[in-house]
Structure formats: C-alpha cells, structure tokens
Design a protein. Structure first.
Ligand code: NAP
Length: 280
C-alpha cells in the first residue's frame, strides 16, 4: 500500500538502531494484513523529546530497544504490571493518545522455547541476570517453569532470582556443580559479535540439558548451540525470540492475529541480506 494522508506511523526507538531487523518484520506484517501503516527506525538520544514528539504526532506504536527500555517507563501514562516487575518496556501502544507500556520479550522467550517443548513444570537454567534475563525469567516463571539463575556477578543473580522465587548461583564450573535441568537458556552476551568462539559455561555443563536456547542471534549458531548439537540436544536460536516478541507487538498494536509466517520470512530475508552485505 502506498502511504497516503491516512497512513499510521509505527517505529522503533533506540541508539544505535540501524542494525534493527524489526522494520523488515513489521512492514511485511502491515502489508500482508492490508493495513495502511508504516514502521520506521528512529535513532534516538533525546528520549523525552522523542516521546513528546511521538505523542504530538499521534504515533500509533513503538518498539523500544537499548538503551531506552528502562528509562522510557517514566515517560508513559501507564505500564503493565509484568513490565513494571521486569523493570523494562519494549513496546509502547498509543491508546487514544495515552501511552501504554508493556514487555513482549517475556512472552516472546516462552513462545520461542515452546516450539521445542512445553515449559510448564520444566526445570530451566537461565544464564545471565541482565535486562533480557529479567524478561526471560519473568516469562518462564509465569508460564509455570521452575527457574535457576546463574550469573557471573552472583549478587545480580540473587536479586533477580529472589524476586521471582527462583534459585541462583555463579557461572563458573565450581558454582554450577550441582546445577542441572531440562532446559538451558543463555541470555548473556557471551558468544556474540566479535568473540563468536566464546561460550558462557564449561562445554561439559551443556550436556546436562535436552533443550538449549540462546537468545544471541549474531551469529545465528553460537558456540553454545554448536556444543549443544554435539551433545544431541534440541536447539532454539535467538531469532525465534526476536520473531515471537515482534508477533506479540503486532497483536498488541492492531488487536489482530499477526501474520507470523510472513514476519518469519521477512526476518530470514533481512538476516540473509545483512550477511551478504558482510555485517553482523
Ligand atoms: P545486559 O543487560 O548488558 O546483560 C548482559 C549479561 O551478560 C549480564 O548477565 C552479564 O553478566 C553477562 N555477561 C557479559 N559478559 C560476560 C562474560 N564475559 N562472561 C559472563 N557473563 C557475561 O544485556 P541484555 O540486554 O540482557 O542482552 C544480552 C544479549 O541478549 C545480547 O546479546 C542481546 O543482543 C540479546 N538479546 C536478544 C533478544 C532476542 O529477541 N533474541 C532480545 C534481547 C536481547 P554480569 O552481570 O556479571 O555483568
């Protein structure tokens, strides 16, 4: 659909933001659903100004990414309870010019993992206690999993775990001695970008799990997932969570079922294009 005087505006705010795969997914979804809407990427340093502008322009919905996921909450009219508990918003919905914040990373992680197995009553070890871990742990606990948080900085693992009734430990071999479960989820940035050979836990630890999910998606097959495959585990890569959190965003913005297959194809194509261009 060619934009006209009725076109509704959506977008992502972050800094940096030019690497984002979200415009490819959401524009494909709008096209496929026949909606007169466009989704743009905004490199935003002045968060307060951006939110004021979005309000004044009647922007319909926004994705929020690093470094604004926490700070954006102060600029919204309402924040949903789960997002408040997580302490981060990745989605803003404009309802009659009131800005409402929620967090679809939590449900995105659960839906991604549920492609491999149902999470209810599973024992899940989450590596990391940063921003994404807060959403992943919230989603998994809310879906009925029993969670253990392991993080390099043990104090952060303790803080996150205790607010969700989970257990915790450090990340080194000694700290992980008695730790095992059905599923291992990596939310640390280890294995990402310039250090693709890095792995957040000793390789032999990975053999204790039947399913391993890594939310890092550049590279697509991290060293952790390669080792998991060697151990015969089922694997879930980081693009699955990226897709499912976007699907949940589309549904929050439009109230319609998202064209998931179309979004998945657009995501795969965008990743392929990026690879061909030689960037990660
Ligand atoms: P963050 O808040 O900065 O947290 C980083 C985490 O990684 C912390 O737990 C940190 O441990 C740990 N860490 C960093 N370097 C480490 C090292 N050398 N050894 C052990 N642990 C280390 O980052 P984030 O926002 O959670 O993002 C983490 C990753 O998730 C990024 O790669 C991001 O791209 C990815 N992500 C993917 C999706 C998706 O949809 N697939 C969504 C969000 C994020 P300490 O606490 O000890 O520093």
């Amino acid at each position: 659909m060619i934009p006209d005087a009725f076109t509704e505006l959506y977008g992502i705010i972050g800094h940096p933001v030019r690497h984002s795969l979200s415009p490819a997914m959401h524009n494909a979804a709008f096209r496929s659903a026949g909606l007169n809407a466009v989704y743009l990427a905004f490199d935003v340093e002045d968060l307060a100004g951006a939110l004021e502008g979005a309000r004044a322009l009647g922007v319909k919905g926004m994705s929020v990414t690093i470094p604004h996921k926490e700070a954006v909450m102060a600029h919204l009219d309402e924040v949903d309870e789960t997002a408040r508990r997580i302490g981060a918003v990745n989605t803003v919905v404009n309802r009659d010019n009131r800005l409402f914040g929620l967090n679809t990373d939590a449900v995105g992680a659960v839906r991604a993992l549920e492609e491999a197995l149902p999470v209810t009553e599973k024992r899940i070890v989450v590596l990391g206690a940063g921003g994404s871990a807060r959403a992943v742990v919230a989603g998994l606990v809310s879906a009925g999993a029993s969670v253990h948080v392991a993080n390099r900085t043990v104090e952060k693992a303790r803080t996150l775990a205790s607010s969700w009734g989970a257990s915790w430990s450090g990340l080194d071999a000694e700290a992980l001695k008695g730790v095992s479960g059905d599923v291992l989820v990596n939310t640390t940035s280890v294995g990402m970008g310039p250090k693709p050979d890095a792995i957040p836990v000793p390789p032999e630890f990975v053999g204790r799990f039947q399913v391993v999910m890594d939310i890092v998606y550049a590279p697509l097959k991290t060293m952790l997932l390669a080792v998991a495959e060697e151990h015969g585990a089922a694997t879930v890569n980081g693009l699955r969570m990226l897709l499912h959190q976007a699907v949940a965003q589309f549904e929050s913005w439009t109230g319609k079922e998202a064209p998931k297959k179309v979004m998945e194809e657009a995501l795969t194509e965008a990743v392929g294009r990026r690879k061909a261009e030689g960037c990660k």
